[in-house]
Design a protein around this ligand. Structure first.
Ligand SMILES: [Zn+2]
Ligand SMILES: [Zn+2]
Ligand SMILES: [Zn+2]
Length: 290
């Protein structure tokens, strides 16, 4: 029942985006919509580029250099220095690996100038000293659609994960404040912490990858760090007293590390590129009950 609602929400987003295609960004790309949408197919298995050690890696768009997914900045630096290509707003790309694989293929099919704007550095200097850089950004409709597709795909995966956690009755966790053990749905431990310890990280339904979230918090406490102000204390009791007295029994809202545990952030990312994707879809997802 609930699963079909999720699919409904995703399907709706599809409609919303398609419907708003020509209005996004106020750029007149309406005509190119059909021909652009057609050839865009996402790379199916980014796992194909896994290194021997099994850690996932991403190739350079232009050469055979590979970099671990976790070191994407190194790859970006390599591409700027060696190939003079700059990717705009790369932090907003929902799936960096797939994004790179997509463009790697496309750049073998067409010249770089078909896709990138050229930025001339040092334009007032003599010609030999001028340098051209290529900018890949979402002003290009194909890039924008790719970014949107990757975001939707990521959202779909997150909603599936959320749904699975909602229904999971085999969750096992230990309260990080009183060590009581909980078995059952994750909402049991979250509600316990909210009720018994005034520690509220949000409605269980709005959280995804709950296990990892709790582990992240537990690790902070194990390192004797306050969850709110993130100061470190000399022992457990001092930390406990501090969190109680200062009312620091909450997470630091400025810590971006937690963003990925809230489903809303995946929706916000999507709406960044698509202003028509708005509250009505978000409400569908958040106002339903278990
Ligand atoms: Zn390269
Ligand atoms: Zn407890
Ligand atoms: Zn504190």
């Amino acid at each position: 029942m609930a699963a079909s609602k999720t699919q409904g929400a995703v399907a709706r987003m599809q409609e919303d985006r398609d419907g708003s295609c020509s209005t996004v960004g106020g750029v007149g790309y309406g005509d190119s919509k059909d021909c652009i949408l057609e050839p865009l197919s996402l790379p199916e298995s980014p796992g194909g580029t896994t290194t021997l050690e099994g850690s996932p890696s991403v190739p350079c768009i232009f050469c055979e250099e590979h970099f671990p997914v976790a070191e994407q900045d190194k790859l970006l630096k390599h591409m700027i220095i060696e190939h003079k290509i700059v990717i705009a707003d790369v932090k907003l790309v929902a799936d960096f690996q797939r994004y790179i694989l997509y463009w790697r293929k496309r750049f073998t099919e067409q010249p770089i100038t078909d896709f990138c704007s050229v930025i001339r550095i040092n334009s007032t200097a003599p010609f030999e000293e001028q340098e051209n850089y290529f900018l890949l950004c979402d002003v290009l409709p194909e890039d924008r659609i790719l970014r949107e597709e990757l975001q939707k795909q990521r959202l779909r995966e997150i909603l599936e994960q959320q749904q699975q956690e909602r229904n999971d009755t085999n969750f096992h966790g230990v309260c990080m404040f009183c060590n009581e053990e909980f078995l059952g749905n994750r909402s049991v431990i979250l509600n316990h912490m909210a009720r018994e310890h005034a520690f509220n990280i949000g409605l269980p339904d709005n959280i995804v990858n709950c296990n990892e979230f709790l582990c992240t918090l537990q690790k902070k406490l194990d390192n004797l760090q306050c969850l709110y102000c993130e100061k470190t204390f000399r022992d457990k009791n001092t930390l406990k007293d501090h969190m109680r007295k200062k009312q620091h029994r909450k997470i630091n809202p400025k810590n971006r590390e937690y963003d990925r545990f809230y489903v809303i952030n995946y929706l916000v990312r999507l709406s960044f590129h698509n202003l028509k994707f708005d509250c009505s879809t978000a409400n569908k997802i958040f106002l339903r009950t278990n």
